[in-house]
Design a protein around this ligand. Structure first.
Ligand SMILES: [Zn+2]
Length: 260
């Protein structure tokens, strides 16, 4: 009898410490659902790196094509693809019209957005990284932005052999967790579509983070497509089909993130 009582006690003990009962809440770890606008459609803000007074990187291998031409091309392709998937898509700029920074600062102040005036370039002929974050933060007060995606072209002054993608997010700001989910989803698609190509993945500290990643109030990713300083990479950048396929892959990653 004692033996049965012992077994019964063991069973009760095991049940109380196993997963049979209600699991403690802290053990259930699911990625948080990406925020959605009132209409249930996610809004993505695409940032074509550089432009206006800042042409971005220049390379002899690209001739008279500069980084800002390529980032605008990538951004337009990605915008079109995401729109066709049903997303609201906005661009930080169209390469032609600059936001008026004086008006933007005034608006930000009225909205109670915290920003550093010192970081805004006095001349209103360029659109620096910090200014883009201010623009994004003002915009998200009006239309909730669910993801900020900045596109660039890489360069390495020390070698003409650097190759591959680079992708970054800030791991030390208020939207780091959501950024990491978007980052993972995009990386998965890139690794799947380009298994041979190098992919440098960075979860940056506050100090190391790109300005557009750390000061934006929404999940934010910066993507470096290829090295303009490497001849073979420049050839990819100049290839229409390559740019199109790359943006298809990125669009699929973004779509995965919102559907997970
Ligand atoms: Zn750049």
């Amino acid at each position: 009898m004692k033996k049965y009582l012992f077994i019964l006690l063991c069973v009760i003990f095991l049940i109380s410490f196993s997963g049979c009962g209600d699991a403690p809440l802290e053990e259930i770890k699911k990625p948080p659902r990406p925020p959605k606008g009132d209409d249930g459609i996610a809004t993505i803000l695409i940032d074509a790196g550089h432009g206006f007074g800042d042409v971005g990187c220049i390379s002899e291998h690209l001739g008279d094509i500069y980084e800002h031409h390529l980032t605008m091309d990538f951004a337009n392709r990605l915008a079109e693809m995401l729109r066709s998937l049903g997303y609201n898509v906005l661009l930080t700029h169209d390469g032609e019209k600059l936001p008026n920074m004086a008006e933007l600062m005034l608006e930000a102040e009225k909205m109670g957005i915290d920003f550093d005036r010192e970081k805004i370039t006095p001349e209103n002929n360029i659109f620096e990284a910090y200014e883009r974050t201010l623009y994004a933060n003002v915009l998200t007060k009006k239309t909730e932005i669910d993801l900020f995606f900045s596109i660039h072209v890489n360069a390495n002054a020390d070698t003409d052999k650097a190759e591959g993608f680079e992708i970054d997010y800030c791991a030390e700001n208020s939207s780091s967790e959501m950024s990491s989910f978007a980052f993972d989803a995009i990386c998965r698609r890139l690794e799947e579509a380009y298994p041979e190509r190098r992919l440098k993945k960075f979860a940056d500290s506050w100090e190391m983070s790109f300005v557009v990643n750390k000061y934006t109030a929404m999940p934010s990713i910066l993507f470096e497509t290829a090295y303009a300083s490497t001849p073979t990479e420049a050839d990819l950048l100049l290839d229409d089909g390559w740019r199109e396929a790359l943006m298809q892959t990125v669009a699929s990653g973004i779509d995965d993130y919102f559907k997970q």
